[in-house]
Design a binder for this molecule. Structure first.
Ligand code: NDP
Length: 377
């Protein structure tokens, strides 16, 4: 068995050379309470770069990644051995696994993992892209909270032994797009929406969701092929290649002569500054990610705060995880949209564990289209 590690802390643009594939020892017979998963799909995500920096552990809410050690990552896999009553051999799971062939985990309230229903008719890879995941947490909730959970339609069931299992959710791109657009952006029909990194995993869904909300949607992306995808396959009203635009402020003025009502920001930097300069009064900025600033080489956004005040703009950072209570609605709605062909799920799948480093680096060179993930043999 093998795993992918970083050779050292990564400070600038990541490259394949920053990583190595190492041999791993696997305990093929789990000890009591443990479950062994053969990984089938692994996610690569921009935020992981922030965890690879030397200072990550001190200034971010997520744990730093230690050079040489295994790297946890979202994924889907099949249980191949289990010494835990809740999981059986052959179960398919999605949750926090690792950049490795096999992951051994011990189910507990802090471990994000869920079993997928055998009846699930959507591709397994969608659980890393458009669909959120449920997290089963054994927790005794106060009586009033249990009633609240029932009222908001989260599934609460009684597990053998009387403990309560309360469903939770983790954010994948779909949940991020859904929560960021609907909860933070609060779109109304006819409003003008701008999405950056629009052909990416989150951005491609945001634009389609905004179209379904009746908005006028323009996206920007870094290649003409991506622009073509947005306009001709994903239904964006317009799209442009930001690398062809020397002045982002005037480009946005051209695409939004009447101003932007909602900006869904995936990149930060100059794009965020230019969007703010083109926002309408009472505009909303859903601050999802600032990938152009993750590499430390990028320009850090300096928002014109007077503009924000005068236009009463709301800028709100968010995590998909902040919106757990929308999970039931989200999965139902987006699964139906996919089945009805109203939403296209764009996935960019590399083959084999050894492709994890190049897949990860691709996020920062713009070589991915849609959700980047790795399929293991
Ligand atoms: P994407 O699939 O969008 O991949 C990253 C894309 O970002 C690249 O394809 C590239 O597209 C673009 N990009 C890379 N570097 C730059 C740069 N310097 N300037 C402009 N664009 C750049 O990734 P995700 O959809 O997974 O993530 C998108 C954003 O959302 C990230 O910032 C991420 O951290 C954030 N995020 C936030 C979450 C939350 O809960 N708040 C959850 C998940 C993601 P292009 O060719 O267009 O340049």
């Amino acid at each position: 068995s093998r795993y992918v590690a970083v050779r050292h802390h990564v400070e600038g643009l990541p490259s394949e050379d920053d990583f190595e594939v190492k041999a791993a020892r696997v305990r093929w017979w789990p000890e009591s309470g443990e479950v062994l998963v053969r990984n089938l799909y692994l996610s690569v995500d921009p935020y992981q770069l922030n965890r690879m920096k030397r200072r990550s552990a001190s200034h971010l809410a997520v744990d730093g990644i230690v050079p040489g050690e295994r790297i946890d990552a979202y994924g889907a896999g099949e249980v191949v051995a289990s010494a835990c009553e809740e999981y059986k051999e052959g179960d398919v799971v999605a949750g926090v696994l690792g950049w490795e062939d096999y992951t051994l985990f011990r189910p507990s309230p802090g471990v994000l993992m869920s079993k997928l229903a055998a009846s699930d008719d959507l591709p397994l890879s969608h659980h890393l892209s458009a669909l959120g995941e449920r997290r089963r947490r054994r927790r005794r909730a106060p009586r009033h909270a249990r009633m609240q959970f029932l009222l908001i339609c989260l599934s609460v069931s009684v597990a053998p032994g009387g403990d309560r299992w309360i469903e939770h959710v983790a954010g994948t791109s779909g949940m991020t797009a859904y929560a960021g657009l609907y909860e933070v952006g609060r779109p109304e029909a006819g409003e003008k929406v701008f999405v950056s990194a629009a052909s990416g995993s989150v951005g491609s869904l945001v634009g389609q969701f905004a179209k379904l909300a009746g908005c006028y949607v323009v996206g920007c992306a870094g290649t003409n092929a991506k622009v073509d995808l947005l306009k001709n396959k994903l239904g964006f009203d317009d799209a442009f290649n930001y690398k062809d635009e020397p002045d982002m402020k005037s480009a946005l003025k051209r695409y939004f002569p009447d101003g932007i009502d909602i900006y869904f920001d995936n990149v930060g930097g100059e794009t965020l500054e230019a969007a703010l300069a083109n926002m309408n009064t009472y505009g909303r900025v859903a601050l999802c990610g600032v990938i152009s600033e993750y590499t430390d080489a990028g320009h850090r956004a300096v928002p014109d705060l007077l503009e924000v005040i005068y236009k009463r703009i709301t800028i709100r950072g968010f995590f998909a995880w902040d919106f757990l209570t929308r999970f039931a609605e989200f999965t139902g709605v987006i699964s139906d949209w996919i089945r009805q062909g109203k939403v296209q799920v764009i996935e960019d799948i590399s083959d084999g564990l050894e492709s994890v480093p190049s897949a990860f680096a691709a996020l920062f060179s713009g070589d991915n289209i849609g959700k980047k993930m790795v399929k293991l043999a």
